[in-house]
Write a protein that binds this ligand. Structure first.
Ligand code: BDR
Ligand code: CA
Length: 308
């Protein structure tokens, strides 16, 4: 069993990533933490709570974290994810509330209790992780692995230089990359090939309530779905990497996050010429798209059968 803590800002693709975890029997989800990102923290937390119940994740704790970036400059993506953060998805509001405390403390205490055992998967701005590192630098030793969706070595999406999660809190991202652990970075270079095509949607449609109420409206919200193109479900790539690293090619690199650039703030400056330096990142460079969708849709199909 892989023990995982998911730090997220649901977010359409965050929801699809969480659904992948929920449909993976080899995963023990130790907690969900939320951060302000795609939409405000109140909404990302409400969405995580609604998803916990819809996906029948039981009493997996949902712990809210930081409402905003370390430096007070708010960047949101509601133009991509819709006003609620979940596009056209309408789930029943959760009956149970979040856990008390702050996500950063939850991360510190959960890792302290099981050193080396927990994989952190972060698919939103890295504010909670940066705060955890600042509060307790030993989380770097205690984390089993750290996999993020964020950054890119070729391009941005929020602007030409920066990917959204990095731009939303570049200082936090810089703290996380500089902390001394190895960040597995699933950036736009790989996630933009994880696109929802008409063939993918056709496999989601028959999946009962899961397909009708969540997968189809989520997967088709932020882009036109065609036979060979469509919206990318970025965050599911970070989860897929944990489930099956062989889906991806990864290359060691030294990654620095730009915090000062006038046009390049939030850029992940990626140097593959590591030489004698310590590589602080394993950077995803390609994805086996067919096997990715087999994994993801297989998990969704199994979950749909359980949810009815
Ligand atoms: C990332 O930004 C967010 O809008 C998505 O949820 C994903 O985590 C893609 O750049
Ligand atoms: Ca996200």
């Amino acid at each position: 069993m892989k023990k995982i803590v998911l730090d997220c800002d649901p977010g359409i693709d965050d929801a699809l990533a969480l659904t992948l975890l929920a449909g993976s029997p080899s995963v023990d989800l130790a907690g969900i933490t939320t951060v302000g990102g795609n939409v405000d923290l109140e909404l990302t937390t409400a969405n995580a709570l609604a998803l916990r119940e819809f996906l029948r994740l039981g009493d997996v704790p949902v712990t809210p974290g930081s409402a905003g970036a370390l430096l007070p400059r708010t960047v949101r993506a509601s133009h991509v994810h819709g006003a609620t953060g979940l596009g056209d998805v309408r789930l029943p509001a959760a009956e149970r509330g979040p856990s008390h405390g702050h996500a950063a403390d939850f991360i510190v205490e959960t890792l302290r209790a099981a050193p080396g055992e927990i994989t952190l998967v972060a698919v939103g701005p890295l504010t909670n992780l940066a705060l955890a590192v600042r509060r307790e630098p030993r989380v770097v030793e205690w984390a089993g692995d750290l996999v993020i969706m964020g950054g890119s070595f070729t391009r941005g999406n929020y602007n030409p230089a920066a990917e959204f999660n990095m731009l939303a809190d570049p200082e936090a991202a810089a703290i996380v990359f500089d902390a001394g652990w190895t960040v597995t970075m699933m950036g736009l270079d790989v996630t933009l090939s994880a696109v929802v095509t008409t063939g993918v949607l056709d496999r989601m449609r028959p999946l009962g309530r899961l397909g009708h109420d969540l997968l189809v409206p989520a997967a088709s919200f932020y882009g036109r779905v065609t036979p060979d193109g469509g919206p990318a479900i970025h965050d599911a790539c970070a989860v897929a990497y944990v489930l099956d690293p062989s889906l991806f090619a990864c290359v060691p690199a030294v990654v620095n996050v730009e915090t000062a650039g006038r046009y390049t703030r939030g850029m992940t400056v990626t140097d593959f010429r590591v030489g004698d330096r310590r590589a602080n990142a394993q950077v995803g460079t390609s994805l086996d798209v067919k096997r990715f969708w087999d994994l993801v849709l297989g998990a969704y199909e199994g979950l749909a059968a359980r949810l009815g």
